[in-house]
Design a protein around this ligand. Structure first.
Ligand SMILES: Cc1cc2nc3c(=O)[nH]c(=O)nc-3n(C[C@H](O)[C@H](O)[C@H](O)COP(=O)(O)O)c2cc1C
Length: 227
């Protein structure tokens, strides 16, 4: 079985630390699980991302067909949504901004509402977060938890890192561009978090295949309402 992970780099600046965190984690995963791991990294800063218009049009018709986002053809978001749906798990890397994930993350993640309205297309996908902050106690953990929330609303399974300490994810400690490369423990945590996403994604995939319960969330969302 192969497990496909999508990396979402939510830093708006070039040569960012978030990309280094994801790159390191995925490189090490590929070396640890040869032949079992596929991945793709989306750098949101390179894409055109429009905000959700709150038009409330996306969703499900009474006949069961889906109504796409009205912005489907206006920018690059639909391609990322498709990549999220195709992935078995997601690793988000974000800079910490005022104790929160980046505004780029927030703008993008609101557009996943269309997936929620389309029978929870992200249901049961494991998600881990790698947050990079310039300061110790600068809000890495609040940023991680804030990043989790929209994924929980999408029916995802949020995880921390996978070693014996079981923290909330990864904390990269770096201010200037590229400095996270010298944060040895941050990089270790980045790998551990991605590894936790990978292993849980493998378990969910195998379990869904064995039990047929993979679509439980989708089947239980049967009223056709947009709640
Ligand atoms: C608008 C803004 C807000 C920030 N807020 C925080 C903060 O609350 N806590 C902190 O430790 N660092 C903060 N930083 C520093 C960044 O988190 C830090 O530079 C990080 O390495 C950026 O990651 P990136 O290179 O992936 O973009 C802030 C930076 C900016 C530009």
């Amino acid at each position: 079985m192969t497990v496909r992970l999508l990396g979402l780099n939510c830093s708006p600046r070039d040569k960012n630390n978030s990309g280094i965190m994801i790159g390191h984690a995925f490189e090490k995963l590929a070396a640890t699980y040869p032949g079992q791991f596929e991945h793709e990294v989306v750098h949101l800063r390179e894409l055109h991302v429009e905000p959700c218009k709150a038009c409330n049009v996306c969703g499900k018709r009474k006949d069961g067909t889906f109504i796409p986002c009205v912005r489907e053809r206006e920018d690059d978001v639909q391609g990322v949504l498709d990549a999220m749906v195709a992935a078995d798990g997601i690793v988000v890397a974000t800079p910490v901004y005022f104790g929160l994930p980046s505004d780029l993350f927030s703008k993008f993640i609101m557009r996943t509402r269309t997936l929620r309205h389309q029978d929870f297309k992200l249901a049961n996908k494991p998600v881990g977060v790698l947050a990079t902050a310039g300061r110790r106690s600068g809000g890495a953990e609040t940023a991680i938890i804030a990043t989790w929330l929209p994924f929980v609303r999408n029916g995802c399974l949020v995880v921390g890192n996978g070693d014996g300490t079981c923290q909330f994810g990864a904390y990269g400690w770096a201010g200037p561009r590229g400095h996270v490369s010298s944060d040895e423990w941050g990089l270790v945590q980045a790998f551990q978090t991605a590894q936790r996403v990978f292993t849980l994604a493998a378990m969910v995939k195998a379990g869904a295949e064995a039990t047929g319960y993979g679509d439980y969330m989708r089947f239980s969302y049967s009223q056709g309402t947009r709640t």
